[in-house]
Design a protein. Structure first.
Length: 196
């Protein structure tokens, strides 16, 4: 009886899926040429999950550099498909840092290239500016950073080519006002929800 029960329990254990995968967001990025990107949450543990990006038919860890499984495990993650004519994926959450980590992912149809910015700040991004030659991300500065200005501005320069497209390209630069960028479309991002 004990052996039969053990066999039954082992059979049930192996019949269960090893990892549940849930699609938590899907965006159509780009303007003239649309590229689909999906965000998957897998391997849930407590209030965390392991996050992956699916683009061009391939699933990669959100942070694929040093320790992908540890670095891509996050909680309190919020995702936006921001913009109207052109959408950009903005993901912010608590990962392997004392700060909020954000990923901004864009498909620049003019250059036919993926563009990605990664950064960690005390606040979530508030504004996004899109132009054919790059993008700017504006994060409010709560005044506890190295600079006293009320805004931190990150810049991605598309004209510098694929070799330049490391995860954080330029910045942040402190600013007393929101940037004025002729030829760029400004997108006001949804505010981050208060976390319990």
């Amino acid at each position: 009886m004990k052996t039969a029960m053990t066999s039954l329990l082992l059979g049930l254990l192996f019949a269960l899926p090893v990892s549940a995968s849930e699609k938590v967001a899907q965006c159509q990025l780009g303007s003239a040429e649309k590229k689909q990107v999906e965000v998957l949450a897998t391997h849930p543990i407590s209030d965390t999950a392991l996050y992956r990006l699916v683009r061009d038919g391939k699933a990669d860890y959100l942070y694929a550099d040093e320790d992908p499984e540890e670095d891509s495990r996050g909680s309190s993650v919020e995702i936006q498909c921001a913009g109207e004519d052109e959408q950009v994926l903005v993901l912010t959450g608590e990962f392997n840092s004392n700060f909020l980590q954000s990923v901004v992912l864009r498909f620049n149809s003019v250059w036919g290239a993926w563009e990605r910015m990664d950064f960690a700040e005390r606040a979530a991004p508030e504004w996004l500016y899109l132009g054919q030659d790059g993008m700017y991300v504006v994060v409010p500065n709560p005044g506890r950073n190295e600079t006293p200005e009320p805004y931190l501005v990150y810049r991605f320069d598309s004209t510098k080519g694929q070799d330049y497209q490391a995860h954080v390209n330029e910045g942040p630069q402190g600013s007393d006002a929101l940037p004025e960028r002729p030829g760029y479309r400004a997108i006001h991002l949804k505010p981050r929800q208060p976390q319990p």
